[in-house]
Design a protein around this ligand. Structure first.
Ligand code: SF4
Ligand code: SF4
Length: 98
């Protein structure tokens, strides 16, 4: 499992930020792509993604996840949390504002 919200956030920039029910800040992380060299093809990301952002494809005879519909991403990080690859095989980024 990975902590999807630990990277990619620089303090010098402002990002789209919401608040959880307890008032703590939450910065959505939107998926960009999947590194096929890291992806083990388990399909967990595609299974949990409510936005249908992923599709499973065959690359040189191996199953891999691909980001097919990045515009559907809600930034909830569910895919990153279930990815068995250390740090996640996908790249996710916060949305800059201002
Ligand atoms: S962050 Fe959520 S909506 Fe976006 S690709 Fe991952 S599971 Fe799908
Ligand atoms: S969860 Fe991770 S390893 Fe599994 S298919 Fe998706 S990107 Fe690849």
């Amino acid at each position: 499992m990975s902590d999807c919200c630990s990277g990619g956030i620089g303090s010098e920039k402002a990002y789209l930020t919401f608040r959880r029910q307890d008032g703590s800040p939450w910065i959505p992380m939107f998926v960009r792509d999947v590194d096929p060299a890291k992806c083990v093809g388990c399909g967990r990301c595609a299974a949990v993604c409510l936005g249908g952002c992923y599709e499973m494809v065959e690359v040189e005879g191996e199953k891999k996840a691909r980001v097919a519909n990045p515009g559907n991403c809600m930034g909830d990080c569910h895919c990153h949390k279930v990815c068995p690859v250390d740090g996640g095989a996908m790249t996710c980024r916060p949305m800059e504002v201002g």
